[in-house]
Design a protein around this ligand. Structure first.
Ligand SMILES: Cc1ncc(COP(=O)(O)O)c(C=O)c1O
Length: 378
């Protein structure tokens, strides 16, 4: 049973995520948009997708945006568009959702992991040098939890070594780094519109942003079976198109993304203020609070099991992002990494606990999460 269903049944006082609350007041607008797609018959690609792509490119301060089937696909298509494949290495972080590494593997390249910075939870640029080899072709910094990675030193390193930078902005719609939008700072930016994201579809969807016309055109071709003309295939591509219905829904939601991000920042500020006094908790920090879009609010605690028990008793939802860093996942055992290789990622994996976070989270709900935590640590 989902958190939403439990919440509806009154069994969960604070769900981890509340998509019902997020959608309820705009249901008729969504239904009208879906009806428009049904009437047009443009279910895969088409005018709604093109319209959303234009809006999203403007929002991300990028020249082009290409709608695709998911965030994982966005990353794989971006890598493929830059010609990255067998024999190439791509540096990324071990503390991310596995999709970041899966996309590298999907194009036949090898993920090479580095540790995160303990304050931002994003790629630590100081770790890049020792991960660099003659096979390195690209870096994928992940804007984890809604905060941008430290892009200036990452881009400087990439430039010095002739590497491509692909931002994994799946958790960072609207986040900024010294005024530059997530997705506009690397050679390409990749977004997920999985329903629980800050900008979420009604199913699977993703997008790639770029300023490079040639890369935009290549992604358009690769996502459509490598064809530029129907049934004439210049390259081996795949089916990576965005659905018309997802585009129509996303175009509506994009209009309120900034407001949603602002409300998330308010919730984070309430947590910050109320939890500051609990010495045994480490709270997430932001480099510049107004640029963080608070997709996830992860506290760190060595008493995670006790907190989880208390949350379960109080019917409070939670998440763990992520319990096992990618270098220690069974799927990547063949790479030969071992415990101790990335100590910050490993420590965080043991201590992270994500608190409920969504724009509609009320101050009473925050209070109830805080009181439960206070009771555990009193
Ligand atoms: C950091 C990160 N990268 C990539 C992805 C993959 O996106 P999708 O689930 O849309 O394939 C996600 C989604 O959860 C993510 O959080």
């Amino acid at each position: 049973m989902s958190f939403n269903q439990l919440a509806q049944m009154g069994k969960m006082s604070v769900p981890y995520l509340d998509l019902d609350a997020h959608h309820a007041h705009r249901k008729s607008e969504f239904l009208a948009a879906i009806e428009r797609v049904i009437d047009s018959g443009a279910f895969a690609g088409g005018a709604e997708v093109e319209r959303f792509e234009e809006d999203f490119a403007v929002y991300c301060q990028s020249r082009y945006s290409m709608g695709v089937g998911s965030g994982t696909e966005a990353l794989a298509l971006a890598l493929a568009a830059f010609g990255i494949g067998h024999g190439d290495e791509v540096i990324t972080v071990s503390m991310s959702f596995i999709a970041t590494a899966e996309a590298i593997s999907a194009v036949g390249a090898k993920p090479v992991f580095v540790d995160i910075d303990e304050t931002t939870f994003c790629l630590d640029p100081k770790q890049l040098e020792k991960a660099l080899t003659s096979a390195t072709k690209a870096i994928i910094p992940v804007h984890l939890f809604g905060q941008c990675a430290d892009m200036n030193p990452i881009n400087a390193f990439a430039q010095a070594h002739d590497l491509i930078v692909i931002e994994d902005a799946a958790q960072a719609h609207g986040a900024e780094y010294h005024g530059a939008r997530a997705g506009s700072m690397g050679d390409a930016g990749c977004f997920s519109f999985y329903p629980g994201k800050n900008l979420g579809a009604f199913g699977e969807a993703g997008a790639v942003t770029t300023d490079r016309e040639d890369i935009g055109e290549r992604i358009q071709m690769l996502r459509d079976h490598g064809q530029t003309r129907k049934y004439y295939h210049d390259e081996i591509g795949s089916n990576g198109r965005m659905d018309g219905i997802q585009a129509a829904v996303l175009a509506i939601k994009l209009r309120s993304l900034d407001e949603g991000n602002r409300l998330r920042r308010n919730c984070a500020a309430l947590y910050d203020e109320a939890l500051r006094g609990i010495d045994s908790l480490k709270l997430p920090t932001s480099q510049r609070a107004e640029e963080h879009v608070r997709h996830i609010y992860p506290i760190r605690t060595t008493e995670r099991s006790a907190v989880i028990s208390a949350f379960q008793k109080a019917n409070i939802g939670f998440g763990i992002h992520y319990p096992v860093p990618i270098h220690l996942q069974k799927a990547y055992a063949y790479l030969g990494y071992k415990v101790g290789d990335f100590p910050i990622s490993e420590q965080c994996a043991e201590e992270f606990l994500s608190l409920p976070m969504y724009p509609e989270l009320t101050s009473e709900q925050v209070r109830s999460v805080v009181e439960t935590l206070e009771a555990v640590f009193s």
